[in-house]
Design a protein around this ligand. Structure first.
Ligand SMILES: CC(C)(COP(=O)(O)OP(=O)(O)OC[C@H]1O[C@@H](n2cnc3c(N)ncnc32)[C@H](O)[C@@H]1OP(=O)(O)O)[C@@H](O)C(=O)NCCC(=O)NCCS
Length: 329
């Protein structure tokens, strides 16, 4: 038998030990400070599963995220750091942890928990009350002929065809960047359901993240900020991942192509971005020469009788910013 309870300050050593097992090599103290304590959405809420012997079997957490739903701010949470020790797996503890977190949602005033979980956590999440609310698609674009394996004589023609000619450019963002606040205020008019991506969010999520691998930029068209983004080199720099892209209405493609242009000046071969399937259909990804390469489920959980707009796949805007990882290497 296992008891699931909400972790208290006294449980911190247990949580730290579970994180150290879950993410080998992780700077646990830095992750606790960043993800559990200094998130502008609020401190993390963690549940522990404890065996009758007193041994801690596993944990799961909510990282509160401020969400924008049809023009109003709501409190939601990104689900993360779900871990059951190997000796205790496949006995329903994962599902039990998720169910306990669902039961506690009204008490914490959390309207929705969401995320794109790893494969092992999909079934336990569904058993705990989450439902599939769409698919996350990975979109990839080659930056130069080598990535397409074209013969050398054609390489310069392919490079010319692939080179975007954007009118905007990327400039580094600063802490609590007022230009990102301005972009968010304009962009949110075009978003129905999304995590609030203002200057405070960008500062915490990317600039203060322990790994420091996701630099942020403001996208400027002449003197006008039209977007914001965070990029991350992965696979030894072969791929530049667009971890987040926020664009004012009507400027998504210009922003995307400015990023591609910026990436072309690096040694990366590919640029990629993860978006929800329904959302990406509206964003003309093929027109910008991105192709889809793989999908994984996007899951949402609302409490019984909760607001069903949170489980509507047509509403969500999602990127890798909606993840508890600050390093995808
Ligand atoms: C993901 C994880 C937390 C799941 O924990 P768990 O306690 O094993 O989860 P559950 O037991 O609820 O469910 C897992 C499986 O056991 C099955 N199961 C549930 N109750 C069971 C029972 N009483 N007896 C046997 N199997 C059972 C489930 O159907 C599921 O099987 P399936 O995936 O083959 O369909 C755990 O595997 C883990 O820590 N993985 C490594 C870290 C990780 O991937 N975290 C998720 C990041 S998003």
């Amino acid at each position: 038998m296992f008891d699931v309870r909400e972790a208290t300050a006294a449980d911190r050593p247990h949580v730290e030990a579970l994180i150290a097992e879950m993410i080998p090599g992780c700077d646990v103290a830095a992750r606790m400070r960043w993800l559990y304590e200094s998130n502008p959405g609020g401190p993390a809420i963690t549940w522990l599963a404890v065996a009758a012997t007193g041994e801690v079997a596993g944990c799961t957490s909510f990282f509160p995220f401020r969400l924008w739903l049809d023009g109003e701010e709501k409190l939601g949470a990104l689900g993360g750091d779900g871990y059951v020790r190997p000796a205790f797996r496949r006995r329903g503890i994962g599902a039990l942890l998720h169910k306990a977190s669902r039961d506690a949602m009204p008490r914490h005033d959390i309207s929705c928990m969401y995320g794109a979980p790893g494969a092992m956590n999909v079934t336990p999440l569904k058993h705990g009350g989450s439902r599939e609310s769409g698919q996350v698609v990975r979109w990839v674009r080659p930056l130069r002929g080598e990535a397409l394996h074209v013969p050398a004589p054609l390489a310069s023609a392919v490079a010319w065809a692939l080179k975007p000619r954007p009118r905007a450019r990327l400039v580094p963002a600063v802490a609590n960047d007022p230009r990102i606040d301005g972009v968010w205020e304009a962009a949110r008019g075009g978003l129905r359901l999304a995590a609030i991506r203002d200057g405070a969010f960008y500062t915490w999520r990317f600039q203060n993240a322990p790994a420091g691998r996701q630099p942020t930029f403001v996208i400027i068209d002449h003197d006008r900020p039209i977007g914001a983004c965070a990029l991350e080199p992965i696979d030894g720099g072969r791929i530049l991942r667009i971890v987040d892209l926020l664009a004012v209405p009507g400027e998504w493609r210009t922003c995307l192509l400015s990023i591609v242009d910026y990436c072309t000046a690096t040694s990366a071969e590919l640029v990629d971005i993860k978006l929800l399937e329904r959302d990406s259909q509206r964003r003309s990804m093929y027109r910008s020469l991105f192709v889809d390469r793989g999908k994984k489920p996007f899951l949402c959980m609302i409490p019984p009788g909760g607001d069903r707009r949170f489980v509507d796949p047509k509403r969500w805007f999602y990127t890798n910013a909606d993840s508890d990882l600050d390093d995808h290497t």
